[in-house]
Design a protein around this ligand. Structure first.
Ligand code: GLA
Length: 696
């Protein structure tokens, strides 16, 4: 890593990339370069200072500013939009100073409005080994009057001008169909992807990758990034006419207004971006490394869990869960999770949320009886909760009807018969911290699945008066506070982020949770596609995947296992109905997963053939030291006669000798990668092959 600055010109170099900006001749802070690291400092271009083309295409709009604020003749997407008390709605940011920040290995650039005492700090942190740059922004109002911030994005990322046009990759979806990878050209204008739902969402993910249309999985320049935020967010991919494209992102400004009182400061969430010449796969691996290293329990292997949700739904009680626990323990399961249905009044999704005490009819001795039994069987005990929600049919709601998001004169729209507790309120936060803290103290609970089964509606916060539109921000900050405090008080607990599947999957929640429940869709062939989309951003270690009864008997148990073994393995089928032979298969594959999980959960992932595009797909995980690897291949339905393509392995030591399960002849890493290997697989069949380095 290195960083240099002279003449108000900043070069942020990572191991192989560089990000450069500076002051142009008009004193504007502008972006100059982002791409491969160049041999000499003089190689980087000067800060651009484009002249205007006409009164309709003025210089302000043509200049790639590092942090454009709405004002003057700027007509593109701004990062900042502020209203001042005298009615002025434009901001004129001027460079004030720059300082090196030794904590972040980067720079802090301070800007200030030319007239009003509004300060903007641009923070840059370099993650040199991963070729990533992290940016965030701090606003400060040092004046005597409040100002209203109507948009505060975390960054804009300026891209090169591609001769072939700009292609955007992003993730789209819906409930039970999350993380569908979309690649599409960005035409002149602005493409917006966003969540307005109060949470990250199933429908879109705060992640992008951009290329010239020529990058592939293993090659080609890719620029990519993500936002660390679990509330509403927005990405604007802009292709101005005849100019370089750019991507700006941050908290969604829809229905948003933040009041900065005199003396107040606000730090917007960080975003992370990188450049790689190594294609989409290398981009994903950089993000995987970054995420894995920062998980709350980084490095710890995830336990294989059993969860009976799909098998028993709300019909849980101590006796029947004990019966399932006995079978699960016999198969080699390490963590037994009690899902929805365990608390007071919960017989269906129409009642009980908010009343977080064990149902006395289902669990007469509390949770301690089941948890103790599970521990005796040699497993940890885990529990499902949904702290942000309340059913109108609950004691909590009857006592505090004003604690939910609402507009006093409007009906409260229910989804899944539930309303959203206003986590922006300090009293709600305190109540929930104490309630869940008591719950965690009541039994030996080692794992919590934290769910959120609906999005916002009527986002009113009557008590906040003029600051109501801060709800989008304060709710999420409240969530982080409650969850953070509970995690602090209970460091032994592993947390999983769930929102009806993968509705809350982002870098910020992964500072609290070690895992994400990927999707409520557990049908293995659908999962292959969902998991591939998920892997664009997230590593296998955080991807909780269950073997269930969905798709059986068409999809064999072994296939269902293999699909789930590509992430953090769990079981969710009705074990009572599994035959002796099925249990034997499960025992064998669970034992095998224990052997390979270190490679899967902390190795490098290579998407050899896309499940999104092909009925024959394959994935490989390679140990960080290249000493071993695991290959999974899946065939769904290919009409006969089918030709199964050769697979080229990845990430092996080219000169070392490797043995691949099922092949008698050891070959060099280079041979397996270049010449590849051929597998025979029938329809709806899968295979798992271990790869061993036998000689350096
Ligand atoms: C959500 C989760 C499921 C399950 C149910 C319980 O849908 O994604 O896994 O926990 O809630 O109600």
């Amino acid at each position: 890593m290195s960083r240099h600055s002279d003449d108000h010109y900043w070069i942020l170099e990572t191991q192989t990339s560089a990000y450069v900006f500076g002051l142009n001749q008009h004193g504007r802070l502008v972006h100059a370069y982002w791409g491969p690291r160049l041999p000499r400092r003089s190689d980087y271009p000067p800060p651009p200072d484009p002249p205007g083309l006409s009164s309709f295409d003025p210089a302000d709009t043509c200049t790639p500013e590092e942090y454009p604020a709405a004002g003057g003749t700027r007509y593109g997407e701004p990062c900042l939009k502020v209203s001042f008390p005298d009615g002025a709605r434009s901001t004129d940011l001027r460079f004030i100073s720059a300082r090196q920040d030794d904590d972040t290995q980067g720079w802090v650039i301070t800007l200030r409005d030319a007239v009003y005492p509004l300060w903007v700090e641009l923070h840059y942190r370099i993650h040199s080994q991963l070729d990533l740059i992290e940016r965030w922004v701090v606003l400060r109002n040092t004046g005597p009057h409040p100002v209203t911030v109507e948009r505060v994005f975390s960054a804009v990322w300026h891209l090169p001008r591609f001769e072939t046009g700009c292609r955007l990759s992003h993730l789209a979806g819906r409930w039970a169909d999350e993380f569908r990878l979309v690649r599409e050209p960005v035409y002149d204008g602005t493409k917006i992807i966003e969540s307005r739902r109060g949470t990250t969402s199933h429908q879109a993910s705060p992640w992008f990758a951009v290329d010239s249309g020529c990058a592939a999985e293993d090659s080609g320049p890719v620029w990519f990034g993500t936002l660390a935020w679990s509330g509403s967010w927005k990405i604007c991919a802009e292709q101005p006419p005849r100019a370089a494209p750019r991507i700006s992102l941050g908290i969604n400004d829809w229905d948003f207004a933040l009041q900065l009182s005199p003396g107040e400061r606000y730090a917007a969430p960080p975003c992370l971006a990188g450049y790689t010449p190594g294609g989409f796969g290398a981009a994903s691996r950089a993000l995987h490394h970054f995420i894995r290293a920062r998980l709350p329990h980084a490095g710890a292997a995830h336990k294989i869990l059993y969860n009976s949700w799909e098998a028993t739904l709300f019909d849980v009680d101590e006796a029947s869960q004990k019966q399932l626990a006995e079978i699960a323990a016999g198969l080699g399961v390490e963590l037994f999770v009690l899902d929805d249905g365990w608390f007071r009044g919960r017989r269906s999704d129409s009642a009980g949320l908010g009343d977080w005490q064990p149902d006395p009819l289902k669990f007469p001795t509390g949770l301690g009886g089941l948890a103790g039994y599970v521990n005796q069987l040699g497993m940890d005990f885990g529990l499902w909760i949904e702290p942000e929600m309340v059913n109108p049919n609950s004691d909590l709601y009857r006592a505090h009807p004003d604690w939910v998001l609402h507009y006093p004169q409007r009906p409260r729209t229910e989804a899944r018969n539930q309303l959203v507790l206003n986590f922006a309120r300090a009293d709600v936060q305190e109540y929930m911290i104490e309630t869940i803290d008591r719950l965690l103290n009541s039994a030996p609970i080692a794992f919590i699945k934290w769910d959120m089964n609906r999005n916002f509606s009527e986002p009113g916060w009557p008590a906040a008066g003029e600051r109501q539109r801060e709800i989008w921000l304060r709710y999420v900050e409240g969530l982080y506070r409650v969850w953070g405090e509970l995690a602090h008080r209970h460091p032994q607990v592993t947390w999983q982020s769930c929102s009806g599947g993968g509705g809350r999957a982002d870098l910020a929640v992964l500072r609290l949770a070690d895992q994400i429940w990927t999707s409520d869709n557990t049908e293995a062939t659908a999962r292959l596609r969902i998991q591939e989309g998920f892997s664009q951003l997230f590593p296998a270690a955080v991807m909780e995947a269950w073997v269930t009864d969905m798709g059986a008997p068409l999809i064999p148990l072994e296939f269902r296992f293999h699909a789930a073994m590509c992430g953090s393995l769990g079981l969710g089928g009705n074990l009572l109905h599994w035959t002796g032979a099925e249990r034997e298969t499960a025992r064998r594959l669970i034992a095998q997963y224990k052997d390979i999980r270190a490679v899967i959960q902390s190795g490098d992932q290579y998407r050899l053939r896309s499940a999104q595009e092909n009925a024959f797909s394959a994935l490989q995980y390679t140990a960080p030291d290249g000493s071993e690897a695991v290959l999974f291949a899946f065939r769904t339905f290919l009409p006969e006669p089918a030709e199964i393509p050769v697979l080229h392995l990845r990430g092996l030591d080219p000169g070392a000798l490797y043995l691949v399960d099922g092949f008698s002849q050891p070959r060099s890493g280079l041979a397996w990668m270049l010449d590849g290997l051929h597998l025979e697989l029938g329809n709806f069949c899968s295979t798992l092959r271990r790869i061993y380095k036998i000689e350096d």
